[in-house]
Every structure is written in structure tokens, then in C-alpha cells.
Design a protein around this ligand. Sequence first.
Ligand code: FMN
Length: 71
Amino acid sequence: MRCLYCAHAMGLATCPLGTVVPILNRPENADILDLLNIPKDYEVAINMALGYPTESPEPPIRYSDKIKIVL
Ligand SMILES: Cc1cc2nc3c(=O)[nH]c(=O)nc-3n(C[C@H](O)[C@H](O)[C@H](O)COP(=O)(O)O)c2cc1C
């Protein structure tokens, strides 16, 4: 998650994508990892969409009785 915060600090927007992890780790998709220059003894743990944000929405308040956000 640290890289998400680093990207945010650089003005970039991110979204972790876990859905495709099991698909990318299937043996029949090893050629995709090859294309991405991922070494053979590695497996995908998480993917991250990265881009320039066009919006800056306020974060929703969740569990406000339990979590205090300090800015
Ligand atoms: C480990 C992890 C995996 C995620 N995988 C996906 C995903 O596959 N597809 C997706 O649209 N969002 C994915 N997300 C993003 C969440 O759906 C959600 O948008 C994000 O955690 C922010 O929550 P919020 O938008 O409700 O504030 C993932 C988030 C985390 C932390």
C-alpha cells in the first residue's frame, strides 16, 4: 500500500486491482508475465491502475465513531 500513498503524493491517482491476480498467476497466462518482464520465479501479488486524476472527491466518512482521520 505504500506505493499507493507515494503515487498520491506525486499527484497521481491509483486503484489496487486484486481481481485479476489469480488470472495472471495461471500457468496458461505465463506469456503475459513474460511480456511484462516479470521474472519466472515471481508471482503477481497485486496490480495497480495508475493515472492522472480528473476529480478529487472528498473521502466518505466511515465508522466516524471509531476512526479519527488526522490531516
Ligand atoms: C487489496 C485490494 C484489492 C482491490 N481490488 C480491486 C479490484 O479488483 N477491482 C476494483 O474495482 N477495485 C479494487 N479495489 C479497490 C476497492 O474496490 C475500493 O475502491 C478501494 O479500496 C477504495 O474504497 P472506496 O472507493 O470504497 O473508498 C481493491 C482494493 C484493495 C485494497
